[in-house]
Write a protein that binds this ligand. Structure first.
Ligand SMILES: *[C@@H]1O[C@H](CO)[C@@H](O)[C@H](O)[C@H]1NC(C)=O
Ligand SMILES: *[C@@H]1O[C@H](CO)[C@@H](O)[C@H](O)[C@H]1NC(C)=O
Length: 416
């Protein structure tokens, strides 16, 4: 449990969306960002079971202008596939919030989410990146890659702010990473899965058809978005926290030109950064894995502290058993919005769904939520099994859980 908590605290901090402009909170977040406590813990006890994979900076990326916010080269971690997986690839795009203002982007430059200077030199490959069949039955022997996230706009920005020396080059990082991996053998892939979690899950949605387009038609290419289903929802005070924040990201980082024209020809570009306005138009087979009560969205979009200045929601937010009936109804409404956002998407046979009634966020990256004896299930299927069945076309997977509190298999994140 401790591990989840530390992990989530670290995740939350990088998801800083400039909601609170208070200096104290900002300084606290800076400290948390630079000294992420969960990493200290990992460094102290590298278990025998660990697969530590080194960071590679992308050669030639800088000359293409494909750089992190601070101008340093982007990077990735790559573990080569073997046996029957030697020509199969899973590419996982890292997440970690966004930056939507000059200030939050300038801050981000001093962190691993905005500069390769601060990235961990190696990462533990677990969950969907594990190389052990008992941990990752579908993809353990594939080529497995984690692409680092250092642009702050879900790999989709294009621009430069000279006054603050901020490079908004997410789209170029995406392209440079794909070129690099093609040269490492991905061009011979007969199977490929583009995955990603949180802001990386949104990136997987944004880049899914481009990914498929890298390969000949004979390659089986699909996409997975884990915790990327960010909804244009109303917070507990009636505001649109996420829409306001996405507007900053899209405008500041020049994202509009990289969004699908099928959406931008009809809607405001900010709305075209929301998966609900994109997923039904994706041509490539796609799987949406998301907790119905996504913990990040509950914390940062539905009940951000700015929308709950008197802390009326605090007890309910940290402990569901203390929610009253109207608060539970608020969460159920959110779940209903999520289900209606994927309704058309779900009608396509090639698409898959796993919407479990948990308060979680990112269930493919960590072993306990991906595939373990007591990992989350819908209809007795673990996340890893559902996604594997879908990828290999074994069965249709449209796993939609009954509403809270029926699911006893959740690994809920603990909010502050
Ligand atoms: C790496 O992940 C595995 C599987 O979750 C875990 O058993 C191991 O302790 C982790 N190692 C580190 C260094 O965190
Ligand atoms: C539930 O709690 C909220 C926040 O404290 C309050 O505004 C609301 O009136 C309560 N609803 C019920 C039905 O008690």
């Amino acid at each position: 449990m401790k591990w989840y908590l530390l992990w989530v605290l670290s995740l939350w901090s990088v998801a800083l969306i400039d909601l609170s402009r208070s200096e104290d909170v900002f300084e606290e977040l800076i400290a948390e960002e630079i000294f992420p406590s969960y990493l200290d813990e990992e460094a102290v006890s590298p278990g025998a079971n660990s697969l530590m994979v080194p960071l590679t900076l992308i050669p030639g990326a800088v000359s293409k202008g494909a750089v992190c916010l601070d101008g340093t080269p982007p990077g990735y971690h790559f573990h080569r596939g073997f046996g029957s997986g030697a020509n199969s690839w899973v590419i996982h795009l890292e997440g970690g919030g966004w930056c939507n203002t000059i200030r939050s982007c300038v801050f981000r430059k001093t962190t691993r989410r905005g500069s390769s200077k601060f990235m961990e030199k190696q990462l533990n490959f677990t969950g969907i990146l594990s190389n052990k069949p008992e941990e990752n039955p579908g993809f353990y022997n594939w080529n497995r890659v984690r692409v680092r996230y250092c642009d702050g706009a879900s790999f989709a920005g294009e621009g430069y702010d000279e006054a603050n020396q901020l490079y908004f080059r997410g789209q170029r990082i995406w392209s440079a990473a794909m070129e690099e991996l093609m040269s490492k053998g991905m061009r011979n892939a007969n199977q490929a899965l583009l995955s990603g979690c949180s802001a990386g899950g949104l990136a997987s949605i944004l880049h899914c058809d481009e990914f498929k387009g890298l390969f000949p038609g004979t390659t089986k290419a699909k996409c997975l978005s884990d915790a990327g289903l960010f909804l244009d929802a109303t917070n507990v005070a009636g505001g649109h926290t996420l829409r306001d924040m996405f507007e900053g990201v899209v405008t500041l980082q020049g994202v509009q030109k990289n969004l699908p024209s099928s959406c931008t020809s009809q809607k405001d570009p900010t709305l075209c950064f929301f998966p609900q306005n994109l997923v039904s138009n994706i041509k490539t087979p796609m799987f949406l894995l998301n907790a119905a009560y996504d913990a990040w969205q509950v914390d940062q979009s539905l009940i951000p502290s700015i929308a709950d200045p008197h802390g009326l929601w605090h007890d309910c937010k940290v402990d569901r058993l203390r929610c009253n009936t109207s608060q539970i109804k608020f969460f159920q409404d959110f779940r209903n919005q999520m289900l209606s956002a994927v309704e058309v998407f779900s009608q396509s046979n090639q698409n898959g769904l796993f919407i479990n009634s948990c308060f979680a966020h990112c269930q493919s990256e960590l072993q306990p939520t991906w595939y373990e004896n007591d990992s989350p299930r819908v209809g007795n299927k673990a996340v890893a099994v559902a996604i594997t069945d879908w990828f290999f076309d074994r069965t249709a997977v449209k796993a939609i859980d009954c509403p809270y509190p029926c699911d006893k298999t959740c690994h809920d994140l603990v909010l502050k």
